[in-house]
Design a protein around this ligand. Structure first.
Ligand code: NAP
Ligand code: MG
Length: 476
């Protein structure tokens, strides 16, 4: 079957309103941080996008003081008043959505069709959803007068910069907390445009503070004595370090960490639909997704057929300029992450898995990695056990439902899983057996602010989103 040729359809970079210099946001104002400025780059071209002022330890202290002062009034506002600010923020994200989408794609490397159709609308949806909760907290099931915790320190990763910010800030504000948030070092820009949105919404100073910086600033937030809650999304390794730091203090903690999800395809599944779900599960956002379907478990009787369909479908994915509306796979976020992916792929070769790489043309500048599928993968291999966080799928097979469950659960993680089958009873049975926070049936990578998200085991603890997610910011 011929593959369509597409003419280039680039979104205009001018829409991002890129500035030469960005600053930390403390107590309602952009301030000169006293940390060493960092340069954020476009991973698709390796060019510097902007210089960003960073926070120092003393800036963390100033921001926490501002948040503490703001808490005394913000927490006492009636829920209906807090809701107005959240609705305003949601509307402003929508109004500035094209600007935010282009800026996100420039700074992160993700395809514009994903930042435009997924990241930014879902970020706005989180503010709309939580705006609706702000005046109904007494009906949330946490008692007649649920109280906020105080000042929340929030640390987020680079894979969904604005969306992870929304997951953190929207529930914190709806429940009456104030926040000090650190975006990831490689993707600080949309968080600082969000700070402008807070100003536009006339959010009281100090309710939201944004401190760009490296891991040490994250650590300073975690260890600050006047913070009541830490919410962290990132790697399991850093999550464990934070848990050790917080142990023995009164701070509350939620950790959203890594994953190695099983996507389980039974022989009775609609295979073409399953192939679309497998592709979405592992190649969405270059596979930089904590809940990515990175382990495909396919029933032996249909394994060859699924692999053949999958290789054909993956070979039609276009990799390249993230700002091109036809691009399916953009750039890997950093040279460091690219090196990590390459190292794990080499281990797959060395351990004897059978590698197939899409023959698609790959740009020679920037950080790119062609979609890759490993067959003949055994459970003991590193590519079956470790999170690759890139566009690399490991394929294992099974014969019986029991074997599928045993293999799916054979992981230190437990964030998500997928099931593909025609049989409703099998979906329910499997969903009960799988040790994963989210289980998708005949779909994958669906996100909605009304649905709680979170993990078991080394994927962390606590839930974000939905009614359950409110609990993480309430004194219950
Ligand atoms: P990471 O290295 O753990 O970084 C996450 C954030 O923590 C960044 O802002 C980072 O700053 C900061 N940080 C680094 N060291 C720190 C320390 N000692 N104390 C406090 N903060 C520190 O993770 P990543 O590589 O950016 O992100 C990828 C990981 O996140 C993957 O494992 C993925 O599965 C996970 N993730 C999980 C979810 C979920 O909801 N479960 C969602 C998305 C991603 P720098 O940017 O300066 O390093
Ligand atoms: Mg960048």
């Amino acid at each position: 079957m011929p593959v369509f040729e597409y003419a280039p359809a680039p979104e205009s970079r001018a829409i991002a309103n890129l500035k030469d210099h960005y600053k930390p946001f403390v107590n309602g104002e952009f301030v000169d941080g006293s940390g060493e400025p960092l340069k954020t780059i476009n991973p698709a071209t390796e060019e510097v996008l902007a210089e960003v002022g960073t926070a120092s330890k003393s800036d963390v202290d100033t921001a926490v003081k501002a948040a503490r002062k703001a808490f005394s009034t913000w927490s006492k506002l009636p829920g209906t008043e807090r809701a107005k600010y959240l609705f305003r923020i949601a509307r402003l994200i929508q109004e500035r959505s094209r600007e935010l989408a282009v800026l996100e794609s420039l700074d992160n490397g993700k395809p514009i069709k994903e930042s435009r159709d997924s990241d930014i609308p879902t970020a706005a949806a989180h503010f709309f959803y939580h705006a609706g909760w702000a005046d109904k907290l007494e009906y949330a099931g946490y008692g007649p007068n649920p109280r906020p915790l105080g000042v929340a320190g929030q640390i987020i990763p680079w894979n969904f910069p604005l969306l992870m910010l929304a997951w953190k800030i929207a529930p914190a504000l709806a429940t009456g907390n104030t926040v000090v948030l650190k975006p990831a070092e490689t993707t600080p820009l949309t968080a600082l445009v969000f700070a402008e949105i807070c100003q536009q919404a006339e959010l009281p100073p100090g309710v939201v503070n944004i401190l760009p910086g490296a891991g040490d600033i994250g650590a300073s937030i975690v260890e600050h004595g006047d913070i009541d809650k830490i919410a962290f999304t990132g790697s399991t390794e850093v999550g464990k370090a934070i848990q050790r730091q917080v142990a023995g203090t009164p701070k509350k903690l939620t950790l959203e960490l890594g994953g190695k999800a099983a996507n389980v395809v039974f022989e009775d599944a609609p295979l073409d639909q399953a192939v679309e779900g497998i592709v979405n599960g592992i190649f969405f956002n270059q596979g930089h997704v904590c809940c990515a379907g990175s382990r495909l478990l396919v029933q032996e009787s249909v394994a060859e057929e699924v692999l053949e369909k999958l290789r054909y479908r993956v070979s039609t994915l276009r990799i390249g300029d993230p700002l091109d509306k036809n691009t399916d796979i953009g750039a890997i976020n950093s040279a460091e992450q690219l090196a990590k992916i390459r190292g794990l792929v080499e281990s797959g070769d060395a351990e004897g898995a059978q590698r197939w790489t899409s023959p698609c043309p790959v740009p020679d500048r920037g950080f790119f990695f062609a979609p890759t599928v490993f067959a003949n993968v055994h459970q003991s291999m590193r590519i079956a056990r470790e999170e690759i966080f890139g566009p690399v799928l490991s394929v294992l097979t099974f014969r019986t439902p029991d074997e599928a469950v045993a293999k799916a659960n054979n992981t230190p993680y437990g964030l998500s899983a997928g099931i593909w089958t025609e049989k409703g009873s099998r979906i329910l049975w499997m969903a009960n057996q799988l040790r994963a926070g989210v289980v998708w049936a005949n779909t994958f990578n669906r996100f909605d602010p009304t649905a709680p998200f979170g993990g078991y085991q080394e994927s962390g603890f606590g839930r974000e989103g939905g009614r359950t997610g409110l609990e993480a910011y309430l004194n219950v």
